[in-house]
Design a binder for this molecule. Structure first.
Ligand SMILES: *[C@@H]1O[C@H](CO)[C@@H](O)[C@H](O)[C@H]1NC(C)=O
Ligand SMILES: *[C@@H]1O[C@H](CO)[C@@H](O)[C@H](O)[C@H]1NC(C)=O
Ligand SMILES: *[C@@H]1O[C@H](CO)[C@@H](O)[C@H](O)[C@H]1NC(C)=O
Ligand SMILES: *[C@@H]1O[C@H](CO)[C@@H](O)[C@H](O)[C@H]1NC(C)=O
Ligand SMILES: *[C@@H]1O[C@H](CO)[C@@H](O)[C@H](O)[C@H]1NC(C)=O
Length: 457
């Protein structure tokens, strides 16, 4: 957004509540994003539901089994392991969540350094993880956990941490007869939206007062069918969360990557260039699924270098990163995910200065050396520029093409007290001298960040 006079006036007016958003995209898109989201940069995404019971293939299990066309491996899995006549609904009582400890989850997510958490309240299977009035038996109070999974996590996050709490919600449901009826009517009727989707969204907002609504399941039909702009106008004008709520862009096939709050575009969106609007890279630690898979192999899990490099690329280009883990049906977050999240937290303790509250620099990656991503911040004496590298230089020199040094330029490594020597490059840029650093003095592993002060640019 350009902070021209018009937008500043709009913002000031919105402060005194004089601006009312209209139910159209132009008006909805004009709302400034509350600043907590861009400042926070890192979120944790949790895919948890009845699909966590078979925990095979992906969270799309039901569709892969009974949708069209079925996925042969999933059909065979059911044939080989379950009695004939077993239905997807029969999985629900096995969604036991007996080890679900929301306080432990909150502690873990907080230790990861993330600033917000987004939990699936309902995926495309339609199973509601909260105490809802709009599902009679397909929800976590009536079967399975017999517990308000959403409310319990929201409480723990708010009680024990400063993180923000968000709700993922799927607009459509694969097999809901009301949805299928609307679809068969070419979406000329809105029975499903009126009796299910919208009541659920209002209920989630009024009950849990989320900081973020992560909408999904929008793509088969336009935002008009979902009454999306009407709902968002209420959310921004009159809801109890109007001052801090943030939403994404998945509100219909006309809205993705275009309208709403921040843009998620496609899953794992990572464009590698600066984007005009605030965006998010939602991605998964298990390379092949959002939901838990019992047969996940260690090589299927992103390494710390992969994770941190992707994070730096995303943030350099103005994005946030939303990192997904899938808990088990019993409510455990398996140790390999715990390890990745805690390692990230340790790394952020050293390097968080270059992440939280940072803004993109004039260059996102280096002009010459590959794999170097920049962020920047306003320092007490001018701009600070951070350069991240994902492999330690093999030689005793590292060339950075983008920075323009001055006589007062100072270069350090985050977490390492000494200043680095450098020479101006032959045609611009700087050549850093890389000293031998004892393994005991190395501030971190995987990705390192140089801090540059007093540059010309
Ligand atoms: C949350 O994380 C911060 C930063 O690491 C830490 O200072 C704080 O003690 C943590 N809170 C809890 C409840 O673990
Ligand atoms: C659910 O319905 C009951 C009865 O109409 C009502 O008292 C209650 O407030 C509703 N709960 C929510 C979360 O809206
Ligand atoms: C959906 O939007 C239409 C058109 O603005 C409106 O008439 C209708 O009442 C809305 N439905 C719900 C359930 O909000
Ligand atoms: C959105 O979905 C509707 C209904 O399926 C379809 O008629 C329309 O062409 C789609 N629009 C876009 C932009 O894909
Ligand atoms: C920097 O990123 C751009 C866009 O992704 C890419 O085309 C270019 O090759 C990268 N430059 C270097 C030196 O890697």
């Amino acid at each position: 957004m350009k902070w021209d006079v018009f937008n500043i006036c709009l913002f000031l007016l919105s402060l005194c509540n004089a601006v009312r958003y209209e139910p159209n995209w132009k008006s909805i898109d004009s709302r400034p994003l509350p600043s907590w989201y861009d400042q926070g940069k890192i979120g944790i995404f949790i895919h948890w539901g009845v699909f966590s019971v078979p925990s095979f293939s992906t969270e799309w299990f039901w569709w892969q089994w009974k949708g069209s066309p079925p996925v042969p491996g999933v059909e065979a899995f059911m044939k080989d392991n379950y009695k004939p006549g077993f239905t997807y609904a029969d999985f629900a009582p096995e969604f036991t969540a007996e080890f679900y400890n929301p306080n432990e989850w909150a502690e873990l997510f907080n230790a990861s350094g993330a600033q917000y958490v987004v939990l699936t309240t309902k995926h495309h299977e339609g199973f509601c993880n909260w105490h809802t009035n709009y599902s009679w038996n397909w929800n976590s109070m009536s079967t399975g956990p017999n517990r308000d999974l959403v409310g319990d996590l929201a409480d723990a996050i708010r009680k024990y941490t400063d993180m923000r709490f968000g709700v993922y919600h799927s607009l459509f449901e694969w097999f809901n007869p009301l949805y299928l009826q609307d679809q068969a009517n070419n979406y000329q009727t809105q029975k499903f939206v009126e009796s299910k989707t919208l009541p659920e969204l209002y209920e989630l907002v009024n009950t849990y007062k989320p900081d973020l609504i992560w909408s999904d399941g929008d793509w088969m039909v336009s935002s008009d069918y979902w009454n999306a702009t009407q709902f968002l106008a209420w959310l921004y004008n009159d809801s109890p969360v109007k001052d801090y709520i943030i939403v994404n862009d998945r509100w219909g096939n006309d809205s993705r990557c275009k309208h709403g709050g921040f843009l998620d575009c496609s899953d794992s969106f990572d464009p590698g260039t600066l984007q005009k609007r605030k965006w998010e890279n939602c991605m998964h630690l298990d390379k092949y699924s959002w939901g838990y898979r019992r047969n996940m192999k260690i090589d299927d899990v992103l390494s710390m270098v992969d994770l941190l490099s992707e994070m730096m690329e995303t943030i350099s280009c103005g994005g946030n990163i939303l990192i997904n883990i899938g808990p088990t049906k019993s409510g455990e977050i398996i140790p390999v995910f715990q390890e990745r999240l805690r390692s990230m937290g340790d790394w952020l303790k050293v390097n968080g200065e270059a992440i939280y509250g940072s803004v993109p620099w004039s260059h996102q990656n280096d002009t010459v050396t590959r794999g170097i991503w920049y962020t920047s911040k306003k320092g007490p004496e001018g701009r600070i520029v951070y350069a991240s590298i994902s492999s330690w230089p093999e030689k005793d020199q590292l060339f950075l093409g983008a920075p323009k040094p001055t006589a007062s330029t100072k270069v350090t490594l985050l977490g390492y007290p000494q200043q680095f020597e450098f020479k101006p490059g032959p045609s611009g840029g700087i050549t850093l001298s890389i000293p031998v650093i004892s393994i005991f003095d190395m501030p971190c592993q995987w990705v390192w960040i140089f801090k540059m002060e007093g540059l010309k640019n």
